[in-house]
Design a protein around this ligand. Structure first.
Ligand SMILES: *Cc1c(COP(=O)(O)O)cnc(C)c1O
Ligand code: SF4
Length: 328
């Protein structure tokens, strides 16, 4: 049964609206499109299965050494391909829920890393963000705090102010994973925000979603990853797009993504090389999208092996075209 796509309001900062006028890649990611109303049989309501591993509201505990904490579901702009589109813009955690989540972490010393995600954690009011980071810093067993954010792309001036407001001293390491999909997003303003995040003592990595019509060719990806390395940001993950309803027009066939990743391996420094990953639907976790974990059957369907050894069918792509364009 196709899941009716969840509507996502069009939301762009004035900065991004201006950038969309000159960059087709930015326009495609942020301007609403008619295709979003289309559902396909392969769509999933909870494409990455967060619900299956959520012991408390706002907390996802899927791996033994780290948890995902979702303090806010707000983002400064709405990406049209968002796989959390059913939740983006919804209410964030209440103070009581946050207290409970931090108590859960403090009671489990095996949790070494807390990953703030959402929504975009850097859109929290500065005092609330600082208080949360200070509380996490106070939990001795937490060695690393990681923040997943797209604010440096959505609203770089605001990201710069947030960076300048971060406490310069902390016990736990602070890693920031910037979500960037195209080199057009690395404007002078965004580069200034990245510099300010480094200035605040954060280590930076990036994550990119592979998106049809935005970055699904080798040259676009190489240009992006090289630009990130030049800015001191290590490309971390290249995500295969999740099967959220309303995002069909952004989907890239898995075979094409794998061929692209292979092309990059041969033509790009290891420093600029992200790991191509697939989130196995149903909450079975992220795995490398290579043959080590994901294998093809003759009929074009896929089998993904989760970390626990279990095997899961991954639907064949309707469009099985695999040719890798060097450029669009
Ligand atoms: C993606 C994800 C993480 C982080 O995984 P890494 O491979 O360490 O980046 C943690 N928890 C959940 C629930 C996730 O989906
Ligand atoms: S930044 Fe992430 S969570 Fe926010 S709208 Fe974009 S894809 Fe969705």
């Amino acid at each position: 049964m196709p899941v009716p796509p969840h509507p996502l309001t069009e939301l762009l900062t004035p900065y991004l609206r201006a950038l969309a006028k000159t960059s087709p890649a930015v326009a495609r990611q942020f301007l609403g499109a008619a295709e979003e109303a289309e559902a396909t049989p392969d769509d999933l309501a909870d494409p990455i299965g967060d619900a299956a591993h959520s012991p408390l509201p706002g907390l996802v505990h899927r791996y033994p050494d780290r948890v995902l904490l979702l303090p806010t579901m707000a983002c400064a702009s709405h990406c049209r391909f968002c796989f959390r589109r059913d939740r983006v813009g919804a209410r964030g955690m209440t103070d009581d829920q946050l207290d409970a989540a931090l108590a859960y972490v403090a009671a489990r010393p095996a949790i070494r890393e807390v990953i703030l995600s959402g929504g975009d954690p850097l859109t929290l009011p500065q005092a609330r963000l600082s208080a949360l980071l200070a509380r996490l810093d106070g939990i001795e067993s937490v060695e690393t705090v990681r923040i997943h954010t797209r604010l440096a792309v959505h609203d770089p001036a605001r990201a710069l102010r947030v960076a300048q407001g971060l406490a310069p001293e902390r016990r736990a390491a602070l890693w920031i994973a910037l979500h960037v999909n195209h080199a057009d997003e690395l404007t002078a303003e965004t580069r200034a925000a990245i510099k300010a995040l480094h200035g605040a003592g954060a280590f930076l990595v990036s994550q990119t979603v592979l998106l049809a019509g935005v970055n699904d060719d080798a040259e676009t990806l190489r240009t992006l990853f090289r630009a990130l390395v030049r800015l001191g940001v290590k490309p971390y993950y290249l995500h295969h797009p999740d099967r959220a309803a309303g995002t069909e027009h952004f989907r890239v066939p898995l075979a094409k993504g794998r061929a692209l990743a292979e092309t990059l391996r041969g033509t790009l420094s290891g420093l600029a090389q992200p790991t191509y990953v697939l989130d196995i639907p149903g909450g079975h976790g992220k795995v490398w999208a290579t043959d080590a974990y994901v294998t093809a059957a003759p009929d074009g369907s896929w089998t993904a092996r989760a970390i626990d050894g279990s095997r899961h069918a991954y639907p064949a792509d309707a469009d099985a075209e695999v040719a890798v364009p060097e450029t669009k």
